[in-house]
Design a protein around this ligand. Structure first.
Ligand code: ADP
Ligand code: MG
Length: 731
């Protein structure tokens, strides 16, 4: 039997709150990372030689040879089997946006039939899943269907534990046989390497001891929780992860009583459970709280090196999905599951730190470290200014289109917020340093930036929450990232454009130094020109306002409201050139990626259109007709009694109103189907995406408007779908 609204509402009260493993009473440090093959466990299980080779590979990118790989694999297997793992899997992040695993057992048979457990260097280093079943943007068509996964030694292996069993998972990249990357990790690793090199070169102006710069990421993950039974009674939530219809509740978020409110007990039990699973996997969760919308929550870890942080975010989303089932909850990572209330984002807090322990985006305490800070700070602004469209493209998705520019979400216009004090510092550099530097201008360097930053952070009015890209004291926070996104996409782009900008910066500074300029002055001069060049991207006001959209237009900033438009930049000649020169994507790869993301967009809109058509025809219209029939019966009866027109005028009017809505829904659904037929015949993916966007998706709101009106009129007892008020307020 399919889930029904009323049995579902009854079921809501029968949920369980059991956790598989109860670690209450234990300290987190007692079991943190117990399922991760790192630290002492590696020392214990792997030979000294193997351990050293692994370390070198992580630190310097050295290749691990076959013999060492065998030793490492053997230690890994021993540890995994001691922890009752029976299978191993290469774990990767294909462009589907989820994670992928292909399990193989350690178990095998020798030639003579003797059973044994094996896992060697070959199995550790490489596997061959069939690439043709993953998105590949045409790479498969001209090359080979095969692809392979390759071990990423920089992200530690872990044991994935489910009620059914345990699997050793090895983080890997996923590439086509012809070498093109088909995942999020491969370009991310390349971007980390180029940024490391570019940043070290610039750091060496200040400190020769810096030999490595790492990227740090601290993500904040927003999500909605609803009861599983109610979710199951909504085909739209089951299939699209969001409510395609549903009238906003009388009480939504307007009282602002949910944000940072007490966490409902049932939710608390869920949070504790998934946090424990996360701790075992070494994910250092730190923060949990209610978000602004009812039913919306957030969690955030302590920041980590970006490669590991991205893996941890993907892994956590899997864990959260899995653990939700135990609690009879459904977790929604969709960017806008409920129209009319806030959507969910995944804020990406991003910074750079040196192997000498310096956060390059934290203001220093001496003139010298201040200039170091200003150098990186201003280069970030320049990078965003020069490549804002690439950042926009990196976060483009069908779901995020509903969120960007909607309730409490940054707009589709990329701008940078730096706060009042730093704005003054920059304008001081721009004004005071008039071009012909003298030693005297070094006074600029003596500004006490670091002293003012903490104050700035204290002052909440200065913490602009509406900015898509905000400086928050010692890091930048990219807030326009969608909640369901793989952080690898925005992080690769951000790293790449930063590296590109730093490389150019160094060239310009070097040129000045070789023409006799003093180093500090040369740096200040180039910074000054960067401040001038990038002024347009800085915005301190309310990003949610209509005035900003107008102002941004005047400034010539892009405002791509839909994914197909936002993605066009990916195949522009300058983009292809930049990414291939930086060694991140070949032209072919970028074309393929463009195609993959467009196709994903088309598929998602297509699914939503189908579900919406089906929902309205099979669920909503029958209920509306049924209610209308009861009104007609009532009108007929009153007429017979002969008490006068007044006694049935209201009912008669309602009959007409309902007919009007039914008609509109019907017409729009039919038109949508016709448009879909036309769009499906298109071969060009860009044109197809455009048709899905401008001809099909645009009808969603119209259909929804009439359905939501019907929800207000039709007898509550026969309305088939759980309503917002039933879904959004977990107890
Ligand atoms: P909020 O922005 O919600 O007020 P915080 O400023 O406390 O919260 O921090 C938000 C996130 O920023 C946390 O997830 C934290 O890990 C991350 N973060 C802090 N410092 C850094 C850093 N140097 N690099 C990257 N992320 C960082
Ligand atoms: Mg934040």
């Amino acid at each position: 039997m399919s889930a029904n609204r009323f049995t579902s509402i009854d079921e809501v009260h029968m949920h369980s709150e059991k956790t598989i493993h109860d670690y209450s009473g234990k300290k987190i440090t007692d079991f943190f990372a117990c399922n991760v093959f790192n630290g002492n466990k590696v020392r214990e299980y792997v030979s000294d030689e193997g351990y050293k080779s692994w370390q070198n590979s992580v630190k310097a990118g050295n290749k691990i040879d076959r013999k060492m790989a065998d030793q490492i694999a053997s230690g890994m297997k021993a540890w995994a089997m001691k922890n009752n793992a029976t299978h191993y899997s290469h774990w990767f992040q294909p462009l589907t946006g989820t994670t992928a695993e292909k399990h193989d057992s350690f178990f095998t048979l020798k030639g003579d039939g003797t059973p044994l457990e094996t896992f060697d260097g070959d199995a550790l280093i490489q596997q061959e899943p069939d690439a043709s079943s993953f998105p590949n943007g045409g790479i498969r068509a001209t090359f080979e269907a095969r692809g392979y996964t390759a071990w990423d030694p920089a992200s530690p292996p872990f044991i994935m534990e489910t009620a059914q069993g345990k699997t050793l998972c090895i983080p890997t990249i996923f590439v086509a046989y012809s070498g093109e990357s088909l995942d999020y990790k491969a370009p991310l690793l390349k971007s980390i390497a180029v940024l490391d090199k570019a940043a070290v070169d610039v750091c060496n102006y200040f400190d020769k001891n810096v030999s490595k710069v790492s990227v740090t990421l601290g993500w904040e993950q927003e999500y909605f929780l609803i009861d599983e039974a109610l979710a199951d009674a909504r085909p739209d939530i089951v299939q699209c992860g969001r409510a395609l219809i549903g009238h906003a509740p009388a009480k939504g978020q307007q009282l602002e009583d949910h944000y940072f409110g007490a966490i409902p007990e049932r939710v608390f039990a869920y949070m504790q459970d998934f946090e424990q699973e996360a701790y075992k996997l070494g994910i250092p969760l730190r923060t949990r709280h209610n978000e602004v919308a009812p039913g919306q929550f957030e969690c955030a870890p302590i920041f980590e090196e970006v490669n590991v942080a991205v893996d941890h975010n993907s892994l956590l989303m899997d864990v959260m999905n899995r653990v939700a089932k135990r609690h009879k909850l459904k977790v929604l990572f969709h960017e806008k599951p409920f129209a009319g209330v806030n959507g969910s984002g995944k804020h990406n807090n991003w910074s750079l730190s040196t192997d000498t322990g310096i956060n390059l985006l934290a203001p220093g305490k001496t003139p010298r470290t201040n200039l170091l800070f200003l150098t990186f700070f201003i280069n970030v602004i320049k990078a965003v200014h020069d490549h804002a469209d690439l950042l926009r493209a990196a976060i483009a998705s069908e779901g995020n289109d509903y969120r960007l520019g909607a309730n409490e979400a940054p707009p589709a216009i990329i701008s940078v917020f730096i706060g009042k004090y730093l704005t003054e510092v920059l304008s001081e550099i721009k004004e005071r340093v008039s071009g012909n530097f003298t030693e005297q201008d070094e006074v600029i360097l003596k500004m006490d930036i670091h002293k003012h930053i903490p104050e700035l952070l204290m002052d909440n009015t200065d913490r602009n929450r509406t900015s898509p890209f905000a400086f928050t004291g010692n890091k930048f926070e990219f807030r326009a990232v969608g909640s369901s996104a793989n952080c690898g996409s925005p992080m690769s782009t951000l790293n790449t454009i930063m590296a590109k900008t730093l490389i150019e910066f160094k060239k310009e500074v070097d040129a000045k130094i070789s023409s006799g300029e003093k180093k500090e002055i040369a740096i200040l001069q180039v910074l000054r020109s960067y401040i001038k060049d990038s002024q347009n991207i800085c915005f301190e006001g309310d990003n949610y306002s209509e005035e900003w959209a107008q102002e941004a237009k005047k400034r010539g900033l892009s405002n791509f409201k839909t994914t197909p438009e936002a993605l066009d930049v990916l195949t522009k000649p300058e983009t292809l050139k930049m990414f291939s020169e930086m060694g991140i994507y070949s032209e072919r790869e970028l074309h393929a990626r463009h195609e993959i993301v467009l196709e994903e967009y088309v598929k998602r809109v297509q699914i939503e259109a189908r579900v919406l058509g089906y929902l309205t025809t099979n669920h909503i219209l029958p209920a509306a007709v049924e209610y209308q029939n009861s009104l007609i019966k009532n009108v007929k009866g009153l007429k017979e009694l002969g008490l006068g027109e007044k006694t049935y005028a209201a009912q008669l009017n309602l009959v007409k109103v309902i007919s009007g809505h039914i008609q509109e829904i019907n017409d729009n659904v039919e038109a949508m189907i016709e448009e879909r037929k036309k769009a499906n015949k298109m071969d060009d993916m860009r044109k197809k995406a455009d048709a899905y966007c401008t001809k099909i998706k645009v009808r969603f709101d119209k259909i929804r408007y009439h359905v939501d009106k019907l929800e207000l009129f039709v007898d509550d007892k026969i309305w088939p779908m759980p309503k917002y008020r039933e879904m959004l307020f977990l107890k």
